[in-house]
Design a protein around this ligand. Structure first.
Ligand code: SF4
Ligand code: SF4
Length: 81
């Protein structure tokens, strides 16, 4: 089963450089049409289900605005009873 992750972007840490959007291989991220407290268009998660937990976005963000919580693969319960 593919690895999954929950991606969260702290919008007020974002400076709108778009590096994460352009380096995500699955188009999970996009720039908002709104601005944050700093006056920048910020990145947001638009397609969480497509994320493959590669963590490129987290590595590349210069402002550590992206948190990636890896999810455990679902466990298969085996009932031998
Ligand atoms: S972890 Fe990878 S697939 Fe998921 S949003 Fe970040 S760059 Fe895209
Ligand atoms: S890489 Fe970081 S600072 Fe740049 S747009 Fe993405 S979240 Fe914002």
């Amino acid at each position: 089963m593919a690895r999954k992750a929950k991606v969260t972007i702290e919008k007020n840490r974002c400076k709108g450089c778009e590096l994460c959007v352009h380096n995500c291989p699955k188009q999970v991220l996009a720039m908002s049409k709104e601005i944050n407290d700093k006056g920048y268009f910020f990145a947001q998660v638009v397609n969480q289900d497509a994320c493959i937990a590669c963590r490129f976005c987290g590595f590349i963000c210069p402002d550590t605005a992206i948190e990636i919580a890896l999810e455990e693969p679902e466990k298969v319960e085996v009932n031998n009873g």
